[in-house]
Design a binder for this molecule. Structure first.
Ligand code: EPZ
Length: 417
């Protein structure tokens, strides 16, 4: 186990290059198993979640190689419809194997990923979609078993625009007979990125990025080359770190459209944001202004940016109201910010943040990925030393985070805890 030791307070300055999207990669990597040939995936982030997925694919019989940020997946030996539980339990997104194995073999056996610190992580909408396509579904002993003589395209209405359910149903429907229409579909950038990869493989997906996605099943998919989109949440995180520290940071290799919800809020907080092609420049204010925000499905303010934003607002002038509408329990990290002098009250799924002029470094613990990002940002803007325990959790979604922060002038180092 290790920790990130941060010596604050520092104004971040300089350039940081964003890696490929974690949430896109963990959908596209399993999707490559559906190809009859090799797929070459570029701009894959070097993060723990990707490493675990590579191990899962190898365990399923595929040949996976990684060269820098390019992953090749040759699914030749992919013959097993049973996902390896010891690996699956490490990675929530392993549930995408349900759609892939069902599409490939007409059956699937996948352990359910546990809940985590942001709340229960049900998959009822995923299973609703598989049933609609004609699969028998059973869940026993924490294992989902799916079986279908034939997958037949069908309309599916999602009760909630679930990202995971939208992606999982797209994966299963890609090889179904006939057309599947997903209504109330999620519109996140990585849903579109997966659709583009599937279409490059020969699938026929239309409407991704809108709330109606139409998938006409095909008999066969081929291997394809694809470059994963930049990670919007990693970019958001560095933008918020710049805003929290009164810095001047250029965030490179981004799609500015995907950052609009966060850019808008940071402007409201007093930051100057210059957007230009594939980079944004963020000039943070001396002290952020308070604001109100509610997390919503894309294109609303992303729930994954809620935790880092509260770290910014902890030092704001005024009182901010932050409502978490996506997860039941995504405010648990607030107690760690309070240890650093933040004044935050949690009422249900709402955080009332009374900004203080200064935060003070302290030992704190990251219980989930974006909580870790929040504590990192707080440590950069606090006076003194902050030790963020649980670096493994942060490394799940942020590649080379210590190097990237040092590149922006931060005094950070990794130490064993
Ligand atoms: C994806 O999770 C992301 N993970 C999450 O990012 C992100 O927070 C979330 O989308 C929302 O944008 C990946 O892409 C791997 P959902 P997912 O299905 O697919 C409920 C990060 O930090 N729900 O849209 O699980 C669910 O409980 C992670 O990178 C059901 O009730 O998100 C949650 O409250 C954290 N039934 C809400 O919907 C279901 O069948 C959002 O879930 C599915 C979901």
């Amino acid at each position: 186990m290790s920790k990130l030791v941060i010596r604050g307070r520092c104004r971040l300055h300089g350039e940081v290059t964003i890696g490929g999207s974690k949430n896109s990669s963990v959908a596209i990597i399993p999707a490559a198993l559906l190809g009859e040939g090799t797929s070459a995936l570029d701009n894959v982030p070097r993060i723990n979640d990707v490493a675990v997925f590579a191990e899962i694919l190898k365990d399923l019989g595929a040949v996976v190689t990684m060269d820098g940020s390019t992953m090749t997946v040759a699914p030749n030996g992919f013959v097993s419809h049973i996902a390896p539980y010891d690996l699956v339990r490490k990675l929530r997104a392993s549930y995408y194997l349900m759609g892939v194995l069902l599409a490939k073999f007409g059956q699937a056996e996948v352990g359910l990923p546990g809940g985590c610190d942001i709340g229960p992580r049900p998959v009822d909408q995923h299973l609703k979609g598989f049933r609609a396509l004609g699969a028998d579904v059973s869940v026993e002993g924490g294992v989902v078993r799916l079986k279908a003589k034939k997958l037949v395209g069908s309309p599916v209405y999602l009760d909630f625009p679930s990202v995971g359910a939208t992606i999982n149903i797209m994966l299963a429907a890609s090889r179904a007979e006939g057309t599947t229409v997903i209504e109330n579909a999620a519109k996140e950038p990585h849903v579109v990125d997966l659709a583009n990869f599937l279409n490059a493989m020969g699938a026929r997906v239309q409407g991704a990025g809108t709330d109606v996605v139409r998938i006409r099943g095909v008999k066969e998919l081929r291997g394809a080359d694809h470059s994963v989109i930049p990670d919007d949440i990693e970019a958001d995180t560095y933008m918020m770190a710049a805003a929290a520290t009164g810095g001047d940071v250029t965030v490179k290799n981004v799609i500015t459209k995907h950052l609009e919800p966060v850019s808008a809020k940071l402007r409201e907080a007093g930051a100057i944001i210059e957007e230009n092609g594939d980079y944004v420049r963020v000039l943070g204010p001396e002290r952020p202004k308070a604001l109100n925000v509610k997390t919503l499905p894309y294109p609303g303010f992303p729930t994954d940016a809620q935790q880092p934003l509260v770290a910014v607002l902890s030092r704001a002038e005024g009182v901010s109201v932050v409502q978490e509408s996506i997860y039941d329990n995504r405010l648990g990290y607030v107690s760690e910010l309070v240890k650093m002098g933040a004044k935050i009250k949690v009422e249900g799924k709402t955080a009332i943040v009374e900004g203080v002029p200064r935060l003070v470094g302290a030992p704190v613990k990251a219980n989930d990925l974006r909580a870790g990002a929040s504590l990192m940002i707080a440590g950069l803007s606090a006076e003194g030393v902050t030790e963020v325990y649980g670096l493994e959790i942060i490394s799940r979604g942020y590649e080379m985070v210590d190097e990237k922060l040092r590149g922006l002038g931060a005094q950070v180092e990794i130490r064993p805890d």
